[in-house]
Design a protein around this ligand. Structure first.
Ligand code: HEC
Length: 195
């Protein structure tokens, strides 16, 4: 009796503290097909947004707000094709302001999810998404930009623009000489480390 009670307690606690989980009644709606060619999303400044709940206007409003704000549920934010943040329902992951982090693999065939989760997700260079993004001043809701207080990434805005233009899921676009020079720079990052 007491053994099964202990086992029950253990299972219950494990389930409670394992972090966010997806209940069987409501299957997780986010999968590889959630992600698309960046230029099919809405550009705000130097990054791209969408809203999976249909409230794109609310997401764009926060992204453009000069003093920051809290992104609405369903917000999808991307700087580069291989990394994404999605704002989950309120209370889903309080430690990460309800943001879920995604590390994606993209190819002309589409997107696959390499890793997803909360504070534990690292990018392909071994950097922890949350550890960098949590350094953004609180009013920015973990959005870094290049002046919100996050550790910087080793990519100039020009190189980032080239990465965005060469998303393999999008129709090819003509590249400028600057883009071509940037692609050379990117070869230095060509060997991703597993993390
Ligand atoms: C070394 C710190 C660092 C790590 C690690 C990191 N990021 Fe970022 N991230 C940044 C910075 C800095 C920017 C803004 C760059 C700019 O605007 O020029 C950024 C931009 C972004 C953006 C665009 C919105 C914004 O915050 O400006 C998204 C989305 C994003 N990162 C997701 C991720 C995900 C997902 C991971 C992990 C798979 C990750 N990042 C790992 C520092 C980091």
């Amino acid at each position: 009796m007491s053994i099964s009670k202990t086992a029950f307690t253990f299972i219950f606690l494990a389930a409670t503290f394992a972090g966010p989980s997806y209940g069987t009644e409501s299957p997780d709606p986010i999968n590889a097909d959630t992600f698309t060619c960046l230029s099919d999303m809405t550009r705000v400044k130097h990054f791209f947004v969408d809203n999976l709940e249909g409230d794109l206007e609310a997401t764009v409003a926060v992204a453009n707000a000069p003093d920051g704000g809290t992104y609405p549920e369903g917000s999808l934010v991307q700087l580069v094709p291989g990394e994404a943040m999605i704002k989950r329902e309120a209370g889903f992951s309080p430690a990460t302001n309800d943001w879920e982090f995604f590390e994606l693999d993209v190819s002309p065939e589409g997107t696959s999810i390499r890793k997803r989760g909360f504070a534990e997700v690292n990018n392909r260079f071994g950097g922890n998404c949350f550890a960098c993004h949590v350094k953004a001043a609180p009013q920015w809701d973990l959005i870094c930009d290049n002046n919100h207080g996050c550790d910087p990434i080793p990519l100039t805005r020009s190189v980032i623009a080239t990465i965005q233009k060469t998303d393999p899921r999008c129709e090819p676009v003509e590249l400028s000489d600057e883009d071509k020079a940037n692609l050379e720079i990117l070869k230095a990052f060509a060997a991703p480390q597993s993390s």
